[in-house]
Design a protein around this ligand. Sequence first.
Ligand SMILES: Nc1ncnc2c1ncn2[C@@H]1O[C@H](COP(=O)(O)OP(=O)(O)OP(=O)(O)O)[C@@H](O)[C@H]1O
Length: 237
Amino acid sequence: MALLTCENVAAGYEGAPVIEGLDFTVERGDYLYIVGENGSGKSTLMKTILGLIRPRMGHVVTGEGLKRTEIGYLPQQTVVQKDFPASVREIVLSGCLNRMGLRPFYTRREKELAARNMARLGVTPLASHCYRELSGGQQQRVLLARALCATRKLIMLDEPVTGLDPKVTTEMYELVAALNRDEGLTVVMISHDIAAAVRYATHILHLGGGKYFFGSRVEYLSSAAGRIFTHREGGKQ
Ligand SMILES: Nc1ncnc2c1ncn2[C@@H]1O[C@H](COP(=O)(O)OP(=O)(O)OP(=O)(O)O)[C@@H](O)[C@H]1O
């Protein structure tokens, strides 16, 4: 069974639904990019998958023993979040909150998990620094370490490179690609960067104009949406 299945999903707020009739699956080890213009419903879909928004129609089904609370999530950063007055260690540890239930303290295992994920993301030397004093790239690494504390299976990232310079953007992309390739972590990433999508993704979901495309990277490149991109890039892909 797929790790994640969306069956005829419609979601939105008041008024007309933002997304409708969406069908796609995410298998273990996939790297799915969700692309599409502003307002096409990418974040709404991600929140629906996470169970933060109830679908108006259809179902989101998880498989392979995955619980919704075991999905690592790196949300789109707001200005307020960038200014959060906590230490890096506290932020990373808070990725364990979903496992804690009513228990008020972190266990030794949770502290070890946080330490491991800080090391994995190269932020151990920043552990006692205040989060709001970090650069944008360091903040995103910290949030990725936090999301990894919540999951061993599936991580969802909402535009994790917004505001980062090209070098740090590439580092972030390579980091996530390595987690997928070397550690078998399944990744779902929202992005506006179609060039990165066709470089890193195994699958692409392109939302927009009431329609959508879902398929493998190769299928995307020969689809109408993908051909617009390759045409613009002069057929470089
Ligand atoms: N909390 C909300 N309440 C009401 N409408 C909302 C809410 N969040 C988003 N919307 C609307 O839903 C639509 C889709 O928004 P969403 O954030 O899912 O798009 P997106 O594709 O992620 O956009 P972007 O690329 O700009 O981040 C937009 O028209 C937006 O204004």
